[in-house]
Design a protein around this ligand. Structure first.
Ligand SMILES: *Cc1c(COP(=O)(O)O)cnc(C)c1O
Length: 456
């Protein structure tokens, strides 16, 4: 039961904070979890209860909640130069260094970086860049944006239009010109008797058809997460990117990799496009970029888009876009340190070392008769609940199965995320084997309890 005393943290939270992406009946029922601090992968609430956060905050706190090096990098930069912008030909030295570093660790031979405060703004920024480029190159009709159903690209008016989720209907979104192709989820979307290779071929011919119908010269770009995150951790079907990349290339349509979740090691490689073996024209980065210690997003332009955009900006003297805190020196100092911590202080290695244990734990839970499939890559995964495993029939949505599982976990000190009918796990890169075992033990117990309750 929530603590409803008038001056409780729970009541105070509800009184004056407007909640986003929060199921309000659940809050009324259970109360808000108000947190005070974290220890490694754990967070602690105002009652002193500890939770293993198997979601790394919101995919981003990959170095845990008390990493000394990251906090020190922030403090040192606050002492040295606590804030600046990147307008009018001025920017901090940290910003210069981070751009060099991002191009260096990117899959590109060369390029340029533009900074934002979030992943949504980074997607929004790149769409504006592409619209700017289209006009500068005399093709103003080249403005449509292709994404996929179930894709998550953010919440600004443009990035929410890119997001392929029905909940954006409440805003009257998507805006015109944002087209959503099929979700390449073979287990759910494959037709009876269709092989995975045939499914992938069908996804590719759909893309060909959309390009033919709309006209290649009306399409500004195709944006894709290498593995869909907030759509429910959906890896592409086998060969998906190898099938669609050549089609896009042939039609001169840039392929943009939204690496906001995959970026910096989540899938076991620095970038998801490396894991799925394709070369994008630009990368969108955020979340793990600062290990969640500062709000920051980045558009990393590969050489071709970088050169063309630079030329377009020179032609009109400036690219009229930017945020007050773009390239913030403290954010850049933290990002430089975070990249170092992930790549050189063992975090990426730990992701790789833990992945077999993660896969084994997921596979074990997927043996449950009410888990239809487990899916994922590296240290991100989802378990899909089903009422009937053979027919893949979901539970009635009013049973709120995944919410029940997640709430049961929370009651036992584990935070995981319900997403549709699935439970999502994306543990921090610092997790130990013992903590991973704790995560699977608690989740397994919750699954058993909830499914048993439903059967009764
Ligand atoms: C979280 C996310 C975004 C949006 O980032 P915000 O910082 O929340 O605006 C965009 N793309 C992907 C793939 C994401 O996971």
């Amino acid at each position: 039961m929530p603590d409803t005393a008038l001056n409780s943290w729970e009541s105070r939270a509800e009184a004056h904070t407007f909640y986003g992406f929060t199921d309000l009946p659940t809050i009324h029922d259970r109360g808000t979890v108000v947190l005070t601090h974290g220890e490694g992968p754990y967070v602690v609430d105002t009652h002193g209860r500890r939770y293993l956060d198997a979601n790394s905050g919101l995919w981003n706190m990959v170095a845990g909640f008390d990493h000394p090096g990251l906090a020190e990098a922030a403090k040192a930069q606050y002492d040295r130069f606590p804030g600046y912008h990147a307008f009018f030909g001025r920017m901090s030295d940290q910003t210069v260094m981070l751009s060099e570093r991002l191009v260096e660790v990117s899959p590109f031979t060369d390029g340029r970086v533009f900074y934002t405060n979030s992943g949504s703004e980074a997607n929004d920024t790149l769409v504006k860049m592409l619209w700017f480029l289209a006009r500068a190159e005399g093709k103003p009709e080249r403005c449509k944006i292709l994404t996929r159903k179930n894709a998550y690209h953010g919440v600004t008016a443009v990035s929410a239009s890119m997001t392929g989720k029905p909940y954006n209907e409440v805003f009257g979104l998507p805006l015109p010109g944002f087209l959503h192709l099929s979700c390449p989820h073979y287990w759910r979307e494959g037709r009876p008797g269709e092989s995975e290779a045939e499914f992938t071929a069908r996804m590719a011919s759909e893309l060909e058809e959309v390009i033919a119908r709309e006209g290649a010269d009306t399409i500004a770009a195709f944006f894709a997460e290498p593995i869909m995150g907030a759509g429910g951790v959906i890896p592409p079907s086998a060969g998906y990117f190898q099938a669609i990349a050549p089609i896009l290339k042939r039609h001169g349509i840039p392929l943009i990799s939204d690496e906001v979740i995959c970026g910096f090691g989540r899938t076991g490689q620095v970038w998801g496009c490396e894991t799925y073996d394709f070369m994008p024209d630009a990368i969108i980065s955020s979340k793990a970029l600062t290990a969640g210690y500062f709000p920051m997003g980045a558009v990393i332009l590969g050489p071709d888009l970088s050169d063309r955009l630079h030329a377009a900006a020179e032609a009109v003297e400036e690219f009229p876009h930017g945020f007050t805190a773009s390239g913030h020196p403290v954010g850049c100092a933290i990002a430089l340190k975070a990249i170092d911590v992930i790549l050189n202080e063992g975090l990426l290695e730990n992701v790789r070392a833990l992945t077999p244990r993660f896969e084994a734990g997921m596979a074990r839970l997927a043996e449950h008769p009410n888990i239809g499939e487990w899916r994922g890559k590296g240290l991100m995964g989802a378990l899909e609940a089903v009422a009937d495993k053979d027919t893949k029939t979901p539970f009635a949505s009013d049973l709120s199965v995944s919410e029940r599982i997640a709430n049961t976990c929370t009651d036992h000190g584990l935070i995981c995320r319900p997403l549709g009918q699935s439970i999502v796990l994306c543990p921090p890169f610092i997790m130990t084997q013992a903590q991973m075992d704790e995560m699977f033990d608690k989740l397994g117990a919750a699954l058993n309890a909830v499914f048993k309750g439903l059967a009764a």
